[in-house]
Design a protein around this ligand. Sequence first.
Ligand SMILES: CC(C)(COP(=O)(O)OP(=O)(O)OC[C@H]1O[C@@H](n2cnc3c(N)ncnc32)[C@H](O)[C@@H]1OP(=O)(O)O)[C@@H](O)C(=O)NCCC(=O)NCCSC(=O)C[C@H](O)C(=O)O
Ligand SMILES: [Mg+2]
Length: 282
Amino acid sequence: MTVIRSWLYVPGDRPDRIAKALAGPADAVVVDLEDAVAVAAKEDARRTVLTTLAEGAEFFVRVNAPATPAGEADVSALATAEAKPAGVRVPKAEDPAELRRVADALGVPVYPILESALGVENALALATAHPLVAGISLGEADLAADLRVAGGGDSTALTWPRSRVVVAARAAGLPSPVQSVWTAVRDLDGLRTSTEAGRRAGFFGRSVIHPSQIPVVHEVCAPDPAETAWASELLGRLASSGDAAWIDDHGQFVDAAVVARAQWVLALAGSKEKHVEKGTHS
Ligand SMILES: CC(C)(COP(=O)(O)OP(=O)(O)OC[C@H]1O[C@@H](n2cnc3c(N)ncnc32)[C@H](O)[C@@H]1OP(=O)(O)O)[C@@H](O)C(=O)NCCC(=O)NCCSC(=O)C[C@H](O)C(=O)O
Ligand SMILES: [Mg+2]
């Protein structure tokens, strides 16, 4: 099993930073053609993406929303390019039919980003829109704006959409969603607390916008030695006794659900970083 912990965004009109991002420690690089790129720079950014792909670099691309002129241009440019991205993130996703068009045109893994009330309401339909849909996530800044609720940090106003996207991803058999970006770039303690909370809430891995955020995300996503030891012990007892249920040495009841969790903990602990495939982490 292989997993991606950090997805580093880098603006498509900054070739210097794209090179740095690709050479750095992020598990995945997402070159952005959408909101990090000014309208006047969209064409340049698209050209840079195509040139960098043609040079053999491996990265993901966030296209513009496919229903917009810039999004149409992104999708048709990538569709005819010989070198394809590892996958595309599709922002402002709301319409499963639109997602199918993108997936059919590009033939690469597609990751819809849910950033509106309608997108969240359609979470399961988007997650199951096409076999190439490989993961869903939230874009919390845009979502908070669309919902007219407090955004930023760990706004509790987004608790329900977060749970909704976790449930829809798992119902569709997709990996746990990747957590949305932490925008207080210099506040690494806040990033850590928020990423830990995200893991507890069912997210795995995080989109980041600055290289300084990568080590924090990697640390939070690292297997917890105590949890790994607990899982090994539990599965050892299961193998030797064959019991279906018991109370462990810590007084905790164990049954099939707890065994499933222990198996997931060990699978994650034994995973290699980089290059997640559909359904390879849950
Ligand atoms: C956020 C930034 C604009 C900050 O830029 P800046 O203040 O110039 O950064 P630093 O001076 O601290 O940079 C220090 C060094 O790190 C390199 N750097 C910085 N950012 C990146 C990066 N993203 N990738 C690679 N390298 C990076 C600098 O070159 C410096 O290097 P050196 O000179 O050698 O020391 C900027 O970080 C940035 O543009 N980040 C990405 C923004 C982005 O792509 N945003 C799109 C995603 S946001 C999102 O998804 C929201 C979502 O849609 C929602 O709705 O929620
Ligand atoms: Mg957004």
